[in-house]
Design a protein around this ligand. Structure first.
Ligand SMILES: [Cu+2]
Length: 195
């Protein structure tokens, strides 16, 4: 018996500590069974007894669009940072400055040229005006120079790094969803707005 080596006072003291610990344990159990005590669990929220989970702070979406004046050269680069546009969602890999992914507003009557700047090959495929489709079903056959980018199944065809497309027209006002044949499933897409 451990207590046999202790003095009487020590035995009483040890017994008291044991009793206090037992009471504290019982109190802790009682509190948690009612759910109100919130016994220091901390992390989890929700469920029957847990505290309400905080509402996540929404990520502020950006205006990813640019409105270059006149004729436009659009860089195709899968390595650009995506931009989450407040209207059109995530866009990636199309840019006028080869720095940020952008939605590009083009003045009607301008010409448009596409250039693969990095991480090619790429294409610029017209995907209609009804939002981003699940898949890029454009055959990605190069359209003839002078074709309007609004034409059904308009495409630059395959552009390897450093290669520029033919010069195309943007004469028809509208909103056109575009994607890359090779990277559409990975999010390489944008919106070209002719205004
Ligand atoms: Cu691509």
């Amino acid at each position: 018996m451990v207590f046999q080596s202790m003095s009487r006072a020590a035995r009483l003291g040890a017994g008291l500590v044991t009793l206090i610990a037992a009471l504290a344990f019982a109190a802790g159990c009682g509190g948690s069974s009612y759910g109100g005590g919130g016994g220091g669990g901390g992390g989890a929220c929700g469920g029957i007894y847990g505290p309400a989970c905080p509402t996540p702070t929404p990520v502020a979406a950006a205006d990813c669009s640019v409105s270059p004046a006149g004729n436009v050269t659009i860089d195709l680069n899968f390595g650009l940072a995506a931009c989450v546009d407040k209207t059109y969602g995530s866009v990636l890999g199309f840019s006028t400055d080869n720095t940020h992914s952008q939605i590009i507003k083009i003045a009607a009557g301008s010409t448009v040229t596409f250039m693969a700047t990095a991480q090619g090959p790429h294409t610029a495929d017209e995907l209609g005006s009804g939002g981003f489709p699940a898949n890029d079903t454009n055959p990605a056959t190069a359209s003839a120079a002078g074709t309007d980018i609004s034409a059904a199944n308009f495409s630059t065809g395959t552009l390897n790094n450093g290669q520029s497309s033919a010069i195309y027209n943007a004469a028809v006002v509208g909103i056109y969803y575009f994607g890359c044949h090779f990277h559409y499933g990975s999010g390489m897409r944008t919106v070209l707005i002719v205004h």
